[in-house]
Design a protein around this ligand. Structure first.
Ligand code: GAL
Length: 343
């Protein structure tokens, strides 16, 4: 069942709405039309107490003034594009340089800052947006839908679909910050990642193009371990960005399959993330800040993001799969978050 509640007004007078997707009496997701954002995600802990497992704000103003991308749909191209430019078929397009000289998360007015049009279709919330030709520098008019459903098995599905009238770059993700411990021990969350390799980063968190084996490094999550175990290891790749902020290789995209599992021993809440994207960015909220829900002061390492996506800067690295959407083709990618509570 989906119900709608007012969620404030933008400076230009546009009203925002929060949609509650009730999966079960004790499980729901709150989704905003602003940024097609996951604002809240509530599941029961092992004693049946409700726990909100994502960071975010109580008000629309929080989202308008915030810069952490809490729960947002990020695009047109999630993550970084080196030197804020890319070339398709010999033509170079310049984008906003909003992260030093690089481009981050779709630019100054990325999709996280757009009002989507909402439609309720049974148990699916369909959010649509038209991104005009030249939006933030990207070519082509992109028509996009983000569909959310949260079913009685406690499976939250996010499906992104898009079409363009000119060849362009599209790489969409959801930027939820997960803390399945509900504020008690975020870095004690236990993570498994189906990745044998990860992207080496330069000092600006941009992949160098080199894929490194995880084996024998702090980046090995092929056997589950708490995030805290190696977070403070004296590894230059961790030290340079204050924690994990790296893209992991899922061995090629195209098929929806489990990529990660996250759980908290404190609450018993566990999540399996499946995706058909080739990579997943692991970001331990290294630069999280601001006053969030319930007046809580958020700090570094208060949550973890697992963002399915193409490898960052893929347009510039010969061996990386390209996030190109051709005119006339359909972009169609899915993230599935399956929850359960362990005794
Ligand atoms: C992440 C990115 C980080 C940081 C963050 C937003 O997706 O990997 O480097 O930019 O978003 O604060």
């Amino acid at each position: 069942m989906i119900t709608a509640f007012p969620f404030g007004t933008l400076p230009d007078g546009t009203s925002a709405t929060r949609y509650r997707l009730q999966a079960a009496p004790d499980a729901y997701a709150d989704i905003l039309d602003y940024g097609a954002t996951v604002q809240g995600l509530v599941l029961p802990d092992r004693n049946g107490r409700p726990v909100d497992i994502v960071l975010g704000y109580d008000t629309l103003e929080g989202y308008v003034s915030g810069d952490c991308y809490f729960g947002a749909t990020v695009g047109r191209c999630a993550n970084r594009i080196g030197n804020a430019a890319f070339t398709i078929d010999g033509k170079t397009y310049s984008l906003d340089a909003n992260d030093g000289r690089n481009h981050l998360h779709g630019g100054l007015e990325g999709f996280d800052r757009r009002m989507f049009r909402a439609e309720i279709a049974g148990d699916t919330l369909r959010l649509s947006l038209v991104s005009p030709d030249g939006d933030q520098g990207y070519p082509g008019r992109l028509s996009l839908t983000v569909e959310y459903s949260f079913d009685e098995r406690r499976v939250l599905t996010v499906r992104f679909r898009g079409e363009t009238d000119k060849d362009t770059v599209v790489n969409l993700t959801n930027h939820s910050y997960f803390d399945l411990s509900g504020g008690q021990a975020p870095m004690e969350q236990v993570l498994w990642l189906r990745a044998d390799r990860f992207c080496e980063n330069d000092e600006n968190t941009l992949p160098t193009g080199k894929l490194l084996p995880v084996q024998g490094t702090p980046f090995d999550f092929t056997t589950e371990k708490p995030l805290s175990r190696d977070l403070n290891a004296k590894d230059p790749l961790l030290l340079s960005c204050n924690g994990y902020d790296h893209n992991f290789d899922l061995g090629g995209g195209g098929t929806l399959q489990p990529a990660a599992r996250l759980s908290s021993g404190v609450t018993g809440i566990a999540m399996t993330l499946s995706t058909d994207m080739p990579g997943v960015q692991l970001y331990t909220g290294n630069f999280v800040h601001g006053t969030g829900k319930g007046g809580r002061e958020y700090r570094s390492h208060d949550a973890v993001c697992l963002e399915p996506q193409f490898f960052p800067n893929a347009m510039a690295v010969a061996d990386f799969e390209k996030p190109i959407l051709r005119a006339g083709e359909t972009y169609d990618r899915t993230i599935v978050y399956a929850f359960h509570t362990e005794a």
